[in-house]
Write a protein that binds this ligand. Structure first.
Ligand SMILES: N[C@@H](CCC(=O)N[C@@H](CS)C(=O)NCC(=O)O)C(=O)O
Length: 208
């Protein structure tokens, strides 16, 4: 299995973290969506990362389908998402809030660096969507007393939130006011201190 993309992408990072926690061997190719666009496009017409090449040559092109695939490679008791019921729905919902926030942080970054004239309408909309999602995630994490979002075991939702917020914070320095998001600050600090998050990590590199 080959995971393509740099770990400063929250989407690539969360897949790399899940593969590592599941002890699934994989090759990592830290290709850039800009510098290595041609090589990525040969595998993934969307020219995006993560791109995951499975052992049979199948190419997966977004992180939710990768997480779904690798979950099915491990026994049910090791999976980082409840098998069914309300906790599965909640896990999917928190993951979607986190990855949706990450989508908006990426969109805002591209707006700022790739357009000669930044659309203040679009930039303000993205910033508002990020702020609104942070508020919801903060309230939810504050209401949960467990070591992790859904109890005492790390799950995909925990990782998705930590990766999304690390990327948003690094790509938009100062944009997250941690003083008004103390539960998320504690969550991220705890996750980022884990050996797997320290290993699957890379400082943010803006497109050249
Ligand atoms: N929904 C996708 C989002 C992937 C994504 O937006 N990746 C960014 C890097 S963080 C990318 O490839 N951007 C290049 C582009 O969109 O052209 C996922 O979950 O994998």
């Amino acid at each position: 299995m080959i995971l393509i993309g740099q770990y400063d992408s929250s989407f690539v990072r969360r897949v790399g973290i899940a593969l590592t926690l599941y002890e699934i061997p994989f090759e990592h190719r830290p290709w850039s969506v800009f510098g290595d666009a041609g090589k990525i496009a040969e595998l993934n017409p969307l020219t995006r990362v993560p791109t995951l090449v499975l052992d049979d040559g199948t190419v997966l092109v977004d992180s939710p389908s990768m997480i779904d695939h690798i979950d099915r490679m491990v026994p049910p008791q090791r999976r980082m998402l409840a098998a069914d019921g309300g906790e599965r729905t909640d896990g999917m919902r928190v993951m979607a809030l986190a990855t949706g926030l990450a989508d908006k942080a990426v969109a805002l970054f591209y707006e700022k660096v790739l357009h000669e004239q930044v659309s203040e309408t679009w930039a303000g909309r993205c910033a508002g969507q990020i702020a609104g999602t942070l508020k919801v995630l903060e309230a939810e994490r504050a209401a949960r007393r467990g070591a992790f979002w859904f109890g005492d075991r790390i799950g995909h939702a925990d990782v998705a939130v930590a990766c999304a917020l690390r990327h948003a914070n690094d790509s938009h320095p100062g944009a997250i006011d941690w003083s008004i998001h103390p539960a998320l600050a504690a969550h991220c600090e705890k996750l980022e201190a884990m050996p797997v998050l320290r290993a699957i990590s890379q400082p943010f590199i803006p497109p050249a």
